[in-house]
Design a protein around this ligand. Structure first.
Ligand SMILES: NC(=O)c1ccc[n+]([C@@H]2O[C@H](COP(=O)([O-])OP(=O)(O)OC[C@H]3O[C@@H](n4cnc5c(N)ncnc54)[C@H](OP(=O)(O)O)[C@@H]3O)[C@@H](O)[C@H]2O)c1
Length: 259
């Protein structure tokens, strides 16, 4: 099975912690040269220093300022050459019911995920096309399939990413470029901890109570390790996954299947 990423460059967004970091580590372990992107330079440097392999870089950029982030990425590509694998990932929108969200919260949520993603896709496309090899992998959420209670803005943003992904998959498939979404279930990261704290304070319970309730809803009975999302990302990025295009892939311990 061809899973080596030797000679490929990956750009991993939201790579200073959590799922993005795990994706960067998995891609580097398979031989890719990785460019990490996020807003905090010190956190990026720490991830960079721990990556296996060589020829890794980092870029400080904010996907909410999508035009500036696009310039940073474009300049990086001009400097070091094409990106063959784009992992499009950033922070999740603020929690809360949709009907209570101010209208501008939807714009705030859509900006890094849709405008930022679109700008990055346009920056990497020429290099992917000339290499006849491209993998665009969005880190999204199971809310693409079933909206999650209390994540109103996020549910709407994830729905938009779904049709953006499917549209790009059909447009870019002929160029040897696949476009897919990974839908993580509950993954043990800072984002999950803050969601559990928010839920506990709304319900007057504790984060441990919330964790127990959520874990009981997962057939495998536990949260995912970030590396379990990273492994799936590295597989989708590989030559072995060339025929997987336009899919939403849940990595959720069976939770969606049991709902
Ligand atoms: N953890 C879960 O259980 C879970 C489940 C389903 C879906 N997801 C989704 O998967 C994605 C990643 O989750 P996670 O748990 O790894 O989140 P996380 O721990 O909050 O990490 C988010 C990453 O994105 C970066 N980031 C945030 N805003 C950014 C921006 N505007 N521009 C550039 N980088 C930005 C952060 O770094 P800087 O602060 O350095 O920029 C950080 O590296 C999120 O969309 C999340 O909602 C997570």
């Amino acid at each position: 099975m061809q899973t080596s990423l030797d000679g490929r460059r990956a750009l991993v967004c939201g790579a200073s912690q959590g799922i993005g970091r795990a994706c960067a580590e998995a891609l580097a372990a398979q031989g890719a040269s990785v460019t990490l992107l996020a807003r905090r330079p010190e956190a990026l440097q720490e991830v960079l220093a721990a990556l296996p392999g060589q020829d890794h870089h980092c870029l400080v950029a904010d996907l909410s300022d999508w035009a500036a982030a696009g310039e940073v990425v474009q300049a990086h590509i001009a400097d070091i050459g094409p990106v063959h694998i784009l992992v499009h990932n950033s922070g999740g929108p603020k929690a809360g019911p949709a009907h209570e969200a101010p209208p501008e919260a939807f714009l705030e949520g859509l900006t890094p995920h849709i405008l930022g993603g679109q700008r990055l896709v346009q920056a990497v496309l020429p290099g992917m096309r000339s290499a006849d090899y491209g993998r665009i992998i969005n880190i999204v959420s199971t809310s693409v399939v079933t909206p999650i209670k209390g994540l109103g803005v996020s549910n709407v943003v994830r729905g938009a990413i779904n049709n953006w992904m499917r549209t790009l998959a059909s447009e870019l498939g002929p160029d040897g470029i696949t476009v897919n979404n990974i839908l993580p279930g509950y993954v043990g990261t800072d984002r999950l901890s803050s969601l559990m704290e928010a839920r506990a304070s709304r319900e007057g319970s504790t984060p441990a109570d919330v964790a127990a309730t959520w874990q009981a809803s997962i057939p495998v009975g536990r949260f995912a390790e970030p590396s379990e999302i990273g492994s799936v990302c590295a597989f989708l990025a590989s030559p072995a996954a060339a025929y997987i295009n336009g899919v939403n892939l849940p990595v959720d311990g069976g939770r969606l299947a049991s709902m």
